[in-house]
Ligand binder design. Structure first.
Ligand SMILES: CC(C)NC(=O)[C@H](Cc1c[nH]c2ccccc12)NC(=O)[C@H](CCCC/N=C(/NCCC(=O)O)S[C@H]1O[C@H](COP(=O)(O)OP(=O)(O)OC[C@H]2O[C@@H](n3cnc4c(N)ncnc43)[C@H](O)[C@@H]2O)[C@@H](O)[C@H]1O)NC(=O)OCc1ccccc1
Ligand SMILES: [Zn+2]
Length: 226
């Protein structure tokens, strides 16, 4: 039985990472166009660096929660097939929670990419226009290694293959508003998978979920895994 798990900001909420939508959401006070698009970065790179520097500093302060750890146990203990964790999150809490392999379809906050030579490097400190690329020596050329709106997500081929052979698709803590991730449940269902949603909100985010469990991921995910 192959399981594909898709996670969103809701799985990291109980670790103290703000979600995107809603009061005190990440998008509060920031126009997506300004901080999460290539055009916004071209217009005002310093504003975008500050937006991601704050999130990076916050990430280094927080810990994975019971939901991250439960998925880590599942992936390490599952003998009846494959467990594939696909996340829209750019934090490293799945890895710190014990997940051996995580597909970051929207990139990773603790990595920077050079817009000159394309080299991706680890990044745990603030980025700015004065940052220097360790590979080509370029300056004012590093950007967060994340996928912005209008950019093609990473690993789509691999993800489509895993969705095709999934027997169970589980979405945890995602509002299902951003594509192509929001379309994965329909693809999995069309491939014959059972589909389960775990989300704080009662109403399902898509008619393609056969089962919906409403509650906090930190409580429901360990229950589901056990
Ligand atoms: C807004 C939307 C309509 N726009 C899109 O979908 C666009 C495409 C598009 C444009 N116009 C359209 C019109 C119609 C359809 C699509 C489009 N998509 C793109 O641009 C994508 C790129 C999108 C990626 C952008 N980058 C992100 N992140 C990285 C950066 C960063 O993080 O700064 S998106 C970012 O926002 C999304 C936020 O959603 P969630 O994670 O779900 O978070 P949210 O706050 O919304 O919800 C939290 C949920 O958790 C629940 N919850 C809260 N607490 C808990 C709790 N404790 N327990 C359980 N659940 C909980 C809540 O109830 C809630 O449901 C995530 O994807 C996240 O990664 N690229 C692309 O399409 O390229 C072409 C292409 C595509 C395929 C093939 C070829 C070409
Ligand atoms: Zn470079």
């Amino acid at each position: 039985m192959n399981i594909v798990v898709l996670t969103g900001a809701g799985i990291s909420a109980e670790s103290g990472i703000p979600v995107f939508r809603g009061a005190d959401g990440l998008w509060e006070g920031h126009r997506v166009e300004d901080v999460a698009t290539p055009e916004g970065f071209a217009r005002d790179p310093q504003r975008v660096h500050e937006f991601y520097n704050r999130r990076r500093a916050k990430l280094l302060e927080v810990e994975p929660n019971a939901a991250h750890r439960a998925l880590g146990r599942l992936a390490l203990g599952w003998r009846r097939g494959q467990v594939t964790v696909v996340t829209q999150n750019i934090d490293d809490l799945h890895e710190r929670g014990g997940s051996p392999e995580v597909i970051h379809m929207h990139g990773e906050l603790l990595k920077a990419r050079c817009t000159h030579c394309g080299v991706v490097t680890a990044c745990r400190e603030d980025l700015s226009r004065a940052s220097i690329c360790a590979s080509c020596g370029g300056i004012d050329c590093l950007r967060p290694h994340v996928v912005w709106f209008g950019e093609i997500p990473f690993h789509l081929g691999r993800i489509e293959r895993e969705l095709d052979r999934a027997d169970l698709f589980v979405a945890i803590g995602t509002s299902g508003r951003v594509y192509p991730a929001a379309g994965f449940v329909s693809a999995a269902r069309a491939a014959g998978a059972r589909t389960l949603e775990i989300n704080l909100e009662p109403g399902g985010t898509s008619p393609d979920f056969m089962e919906h469990r409403s509650g906090a991921a930190g409580t429901l995910v360990p229950e589901w895994v056990e």
